[in-house]
Design a binder for this molecule. Structure first.
Ligand code: SF4
Length: 455
């Protein structure tokens, strides 16, 4: 499929459109008032807490002085995915959580909202003026192939394209964007928004080829031979499943697949007879799907987690957000059996870890959110993975055992945030340039002094 035609693969009638934006764009006065609260701290802790190391006080100061384009430029120099990360970053755990105002029991600076304001305003202005942020007219006679069109690949390809490197992304699915497209909660960021960000990156000279499967339509070894470097940014695979007795019932879903249907499948609806759902898992994906189902009108949504609430990997503030919509948590409980009657789900049987007592939780749907499969080995048997299935890379350069093959994002970290993938992509790009003796025009010599901060 040629560039930009991917939009045709996105159906109009998507359930995600029912969700309201949980953080609408600031007005100008809201943004300026919030920006003026920033103390412009020396050695600002908010910068160290950002995996991409954005100069946060600098971009905030530019908002306060009305220089929106300059503000967005500061963001993009560190993170070309500034639009999506402003929306999907767990800011309470990162920059906002590190803001010094927290130490004085004052409301921290709303860095994500300000980033969103600068980036969205500046992009809208850019569209009217048709003037890109960065010039891209050089030709370096180098080319790089990308496997997967997720955040890591997009970030890496963007920084290379800015330096005149030919960047070609191969994506198996018709819709690019990776987990931003398939997995981000629609009240944070919708697929339409992701595709806008992808299109903006492509406009800087990145080529996208969708519907191309590595190993089937084109061989990995061929890419290694034809390109100066290959970047693996394949993310993760399908939802893992517990293989519980009765788990093959059609009312049992994988969380990722269900979120994807809500976001991108035309005419998908939650049947009216589905009044209750039990979500298995304690991570952020479990919390997301629980909240989504509750927001879509499922009356009784419970999460079942095998350990205690304190041991959950999902963020406290996300759980609090889900509780606001009525989601309840049953902790220290292990699912043992899915009970069906004539193919219709009746309940989930769980065992309490404290007493070994079992009981049934009646429900219409069960959703498993217990992690995702790693599928790096599907690309090539030559790619070395660890015992968790993650691609092994040098932590600084993101090079695999083959110095011309790089990797980043979920396939190397096992599933972190979009901002971590963006940081990996940028670091890989700059190390590729360094290996070819090209000084990055955006950061020059200073770049390599700071590049290890996020490693
Ligand atoms: Fe501004 Fe808070 Fe960062 Fe200080 S820590 S520079 S107040 S955002």
């Amino acid at each position: 499929m040629p560039d930009n035609d991917f939009r045709k693969s996105l159906p109009e009638n998507r359930l995600e459109k029912q969700f309201k934006d949980s953080k609408p764009l600031y007005t100008e006065s809201e943004a300026v008032i919030e920006a003026n609260r920033c103390l412009n701290c020396y050695d600002a802790p908010c910068i160290s807490a950002c995996p991409t190391g954005i100069d946060i006080p600098a971009f905030i100061k530019k908002i306060a002085s009305g220089n929106i384009r300059g503000s967005a430029k500061v963001i993009f120099e560190a993170n070309m995915l500034g639009a999506s990360t402003a929306r999907v970053c767990p800011v309470d755990e990162l920059c906002v959580g590190a803001c010094v105002y927290n130490d004085f029991n004052h409301s921290p600076i709303q860095i994500g909202r300000l980033q969103q304001y600068a980036v969205e305003k500046a992009k809208a202005e850019e569209k009217t003026g048709k003037k890109l942020f960065f010039p891209t007219d050089q030709n370096r006679e180098k080319n790089v192939a990308f496997i997967g069109a997720g955040p890591a690949s997009l970030a890496c390809a963007a920084y290379l394209a800015l330096e005149g490197v030919k960047a070609v992304i191969f994506n198996k699915d018709d819709l690019p964007g990776g987990l931003n497209t398939t997995a981000v909660a629609p009240y944070k960021f919708q697929t339409e928004d992701t595709l806008n960000e992808v299109e903006w990156i492509l406009n800087h000279g990145v080529e996208l080829r969708t519907g191309v499967e590595i190993g089937k339509d084109i061989q990995f070894d061929q890419l290694v031979e034809d390109y100066d470097a290959v970047f693996i940014g394949i993310g993760m695979g399908k939802s893992n499943c517990l293989n519980l007795p009765g788990g093959d019932c059609s009312d049992v879903f994988g969380a990722i697949e269900l979120i994807q249907r809500i976001k991108n499948e035309g005419d998908f609806q939650i049947p009216k007879e589905v009044k209750s759902a039990v979500i298995i898992g304690g991570g952020n994906t479990a919390i997301d799907i629980a909240r989504e189902l509750a927001m879509l009108g499922v009356e009784d949504v419970k999460m079942v987690y095998r350990r205690s609430r304190n041991e959950m990997s999902g963020y406290e503030h996300e759980l609090a957000g889900a509780s606001h919509y009525g989601v309840r948590l049953v902790d220290n409980a292990i699912p043992v059996e899915v009970i069906c009657d004539n193919g219709k789900l009746k309940s989930l049987r769980v065992k309490l870890t404290m007493s070994d007592e079992t009981f049934e939780m009646p429900c219409d749907w069960v959703v498993e959110a217990i992690g995702q499969a790693k599928h790096a080995v599907d690309i090539s048997p030559d790619i070395e993975v660890d015992n968790m299935g993650r691609v092994i890379v040098d932590s600084v350069t993101k090079q695999t055992g083959n110095p011309n093959v790089y990797a980043g994002g979920d396939c190397i970290n096992g599933g972190k945030e979009v901002v971590n993938a963006a940081a990996d992509g940028r670091e890989a790009a700059f190390h590729m340039l360094k290996s070819w003796g090209i000084k990055p025009s955006l950061h020059g010599d200073n770049y390599f002094k700071s590049v290890n901060r996020s490693s």
